[in-house]
Structure formats: C-alpha cells, structure tokens
Write a protein that binds this ligand. Structure first.
Ligand SMILES: Cc1cc2nc3c(=O)[nH]c(=O)nc-3n(C[C@H](O)[C@H](O)[C@H](O)COP(=O)(O)OP(=O)(O)OC[C@H]3O[C@@H](n4cnc5c(N)ncnc54)[C@H](O)[C@@H]3O)c2cc1C
Length: 162
C-alpha cells in the first residue's frame, strides 16, 4: 500500500465514503481505513430517507445540493443505489402538530420546495392502504425520496477507489 496520502479517513460509513469520494474527485490522495466492512454499521441500517422538508433553515441549502448529487449518482458511479423521488410525508395525529407544520411551510416556500399540507382524503388517495382516518393531515414534499442504504456507501466507496 502507498504510504503517502493527503487525507486519511477513519471509518467507511456513508460519511467516510462520501468524503473519500469527493476528496478524490478534487484530486486529493485519500486513504480510508475501516475496521470492519464498508457500511457495516449504521450506514446500512437506516431508513434511507433523503429528505429536504422539515429541516432547520440552515440545513436546507445543503440538502438541496445533496438532492442534486443523489439524482446524478447512478450516472456518475455507473451503479444503481435505488434512489427514487417518490415523496415523503410527515403525518400529524393532532391539530397542534399540524399547525406546527406551518413554520416548515414558511421555510419551504423561501427555498422553492413544493411542500404542502394534505388532507386525510388526499393522504388516502396517495396511500390507500393507510388508515388515514386516524390522522388530521400531513406535510408532503413530492421531491423527497430515499436510497438503498446497503448499496449507497459501498458504491460511493468503490467510486472513490476508481
Ligand atoms: C433508526 C435510524 C434511522 C435513520 N434513518 C435515516 C434516514 O432515513 N436518512 C438519513 O440520512 N439518515 C438516517 N439515519 C442516520 C444515519 O444512519 C447516520 O447519520 C449515518 O449512517 C452515519 O454515518 P457515519 O458514516 O457517520 O457512521 P457509521 O455508518 O456508523 O460509520 C462509521 C464507520 O466507522 C468505522 N469505525 C469506527 N471506529 C473505527 C476505527 N477506530 N477504525 C476504523 N474504523 C472505525 C465503523 O466500523 C463504521 O463502519 C438514521 C439513523 C437511525 C439510528
């Protein structure tokens, strides 16, 4: 193994793999050190959500950039990480919670995110199997999505290696 690197990254989860990938693309000589297997811990066990809505204002520009990266990843890596933009819904079970979504909508509007409040009837139209009568509404962003955690970090790490 070459013993001369610009950067050494400890840990091959999604954070380490992504850092290795983008640093390599930027021309840095990177070594990533993983004690087990790539994405063997939390990065393969999460729900795979790629969510822009419902975040602090300061996080939104980062998430919007991230969304663009996820959209291009399959083409860029030549590997599928099962990224889809099927939308994400935050369901409210009380009117107080529903009213709390208003602030999220203000932030969404600021950044041109198409989040909107759904009525239980609209939730039923999107999710017929869900017992929508148990909720009072939902916050929905059709542009949010998910990727497959088992695939993502290993594919990105392979991209870094290439
Ligand atoms: C229930 C749950 C659901 C979640 N859902 C989502 C979601 O839907 N969307 C989302 O974006 N995030 C989600 N997250 C958060 C997400 O899973 C984590 O933020 C992310 O996986 C953290 O990645 P990481 O690379 O920092 O850590 P890890 O995946 O834990 O990677 C750290 C790596 O470092 C290695 N390591 C540690 N110590 C050493 C050492 N000394 N030497 C060498 N290697 C070492 C470990 O083996 C491991 O592989 C969820 C988290 C939880 C708990």
């Amino acid at each position: 193994m070459d013993s001369s690197f610009d950067v050494v990254i400890i840990g091959g989860g999604i954070v380490g793999s992504s850092a290795a990938y983008f640093l390599s693309k930027a021309g840095q000589r990177v070594a990533m050190v993983e004690k087990g297997r790539i994405a063997g811990e939390q990065s393969s066990r999460n729900w795979g959500a790629v969510r822009v809505q419902g975040r602090h204002r300061a996080e939104v520009p980062i998430m919007l950039d991230s969304l663009e990266i996820w959209k291009e990843l399959k083409t860029e890596l030549g590997e599928c990480v099962n990224f889809t933009q099927q939308g994400q819904m935050l369901v409210a079970y009380g009117h107080k919670q529903l009213a709390g979504f208003e602030e999220t909508l203000t932030v969404a509007k600021e950044f041109g995110i198409p989040s909107r409040i759904l009525t239980p009837g609209e939730i039923h139209d999107l999710l017929p199997h869900y017992r929508s009568e148990t909720c009072v509404g939902a916050l929905f962003n059709p542009l949010d999505g998910c990727a497959e955690p088992e695939l993502a970090a290993p594919a990105i790490a392979r991209g870094a290696a290439r």
